[in-house]
Design a protein. Structure first.
Length: 448
């Protein structure tokens, strides 16, 4: 492939290679107050180089991509971008549908992790986005070939659309070679692998716990009756034995991703979520993102995937930005294990909650400006963001989002995933969630 054809194919893979749900909502919802705020100010220049993280490159793969790095290393963790089933030499999507694409996607991830001096056996968490939930069985057939034993924790949902007409996209996080990693078994719970389900309930590293997506099912696998309220309560209760088995608890939750099948249930979900957490008397709420997805596996309407720190390190530290109000049942950001976990952020003035005018481009600028302020308060900065998750209401906005996004990272951008979701709270066009490395002096040690 040569000339304009190669450029077109490269543009397609680069647009497509950045898609999973790091899922959305820090702050949407409610009727915006008036008067509207002034337009967002341009971002301040990022630092000239990464300080606490580094870009991973793969020999023979494209370099200097304007809006993502294929992977970022921070401490003993590797954060890979969302990958699709493209042949990275020809830049063409492999034929054969979801099963063939899953195999190619995981081969790509395998090559990427090897370039980062780690392996597939060190993956701790995978996020799988499908164009059609009907392809789930075919995806699992290919997926389990790579992890016949001790698979990573996993969350898998149908999104509204993937870039590049792909059937599946997978994003992974892994520990460095030689770092601690163990899959968590739950007494009294069936073994997922023995039932042909390629996931672990949770995977534990030295200081962190990565938990698979939980729905409102009891330990027999039966979905509880009662709709969103009952499912939220049951899913949150399901976290308890997993956290206990992993040497953690609710006070050590650092970040959660929520998938809803109907954004109209957002307020009900928030109410039950808040009630449940208050009943536990937790010292702080985790960072969070919540979006509407296309579908969940099974018949549930709610799924939550969480990351927690262990009791071996201090409880997570809440990040507060001076002058900003509390905007929902979540922390703006949480610091734990050498990483700042930032909640999903929309393009809103943080003092008025008003969504900026102008659509996806200005919203992206404002969202990242907000994240920049949060990271400053956390003792980090844009230059050490390791991963970003972008949820768009329409992939038609992808060009405008990328144009604004690249202004914040003119070089060495973070790993990234971006998908079209079913809907976002508050009718925003885009929501962005990030994680950033912390300086060793502001973290216990950059080892997770």
């Amino acid at each position: 492939m040569a000339g304009s054809a190669l450029q077109g194919a490269l543009a397609l893979i680069l647009a497509a290679v950045c898609c999973v749900v790091l899922q959305g909502c820090g702050g949407g919802g409610g009727t915006p107050p008036s008067p509207p705020p002034p337009p967002p100010t341009p971002p301040s220049p990022p630092s000239p180089a990464r300080k606490w993280s580094e870009v991973v490159t793969v020999p023979g793969w494209p370099k200097n991509i304007p809006f993502l790095s294929f992977a970022i290393k921070a401490g003993n963790m590797v954060y890979a971008s969302g990958m699709q089933g493209f042949d990275m030499k020809t830049m063409e999507l492999v034929p054969g549908g979801a099963q063939a694409e899953t195999t190619q996607t995981l081969k790509n991830l395998q090559e990427l992790l090897e370039a980062a001096n780690t392996t597939m056996q060190n993956v701790v968490l995978c996020s799988v986005s499908l164009a059609k939930i009907a392809d789930f069985e075919d995806v699992n057939k290919a997926y389990k070939e790579f992890w016949p034993n001790a698979p990573p924790a996993r969350v898998a949902v149908q999104v509204a659309a993937l870039a590049g007409n792909a059937s599946v996209e997978i994003q992974c996080n892994a520990v460095a070679q030689g770092a601690a990693r163990s899959d968590i078994k739950i007494p009294g719970f069936p073994d997922p692998v023995a039932k042909g389900i390629p996931l672990s309930y949770a995977v534990k590293t030295k200081d962190m716990v990565y938990i698979s997506g939980m729905q409102g099912m009891d330990k027999t696998g039966k979905l509880v009756s009662g709709g969103i309220v009952a499912e939220v309560g049951q899913a949150l209760a399901n976290l308890a034995p997993i956290l206990t088995a992993a040497g953690s608890d609710y006070n050590h939750l650092v970040s959660c991703s929520i998938s809803l099948t109907d954004i109209n249930a957002y307020d009900q979900m928030n109410k039950r979520y808040t009630e449940y957490m208050k009943s536990l008397k937790v010292s702080s709420l985790p960072a969070r993102v919540a979006v509407q997805v296309g579908a969940l596996a099974g018949k549930g309407c709610f799924e939550i995937q969480c990351t927690a720190s262990t009791k071996d390190i201090p409880e997570p530290e809440v990040v507060q930005v001076p002058g900003w109000p509390t905007v929902g049942p979540f922390a703006m950001a949480i610091k734990a294990g050498g990483i700042a976990y930032v909640s999903g952020n929309q393009g809103r003035d943080m003092n008025t909650s008003h969504l900026v005018d102008g659509g996806a481009g200005p919203e992206t600028t404002k969202s990242l400006s907000n994240i920049q302020e949060i990271l400053k308060a956390a003792g980090s900065g844009l230059e050490d963001v390791v991963a970003c998750e972008l949820s768009l209401r329409s992939l038609a906005d992808f060009k405008d989002v990328n144009k604004a996004y690249t202004e914040f990272w003119p070089h060495d951008p973070p790993s990234r995933v971006a998908v079209q979701v079913g809907d976002l709270p508050g009718k925003a066009s885009v929501e962005i969630r990030c994680a950033a490395g912390l300086a060793p002096k502001s973290a216990e040690a950059m080892v997770v």
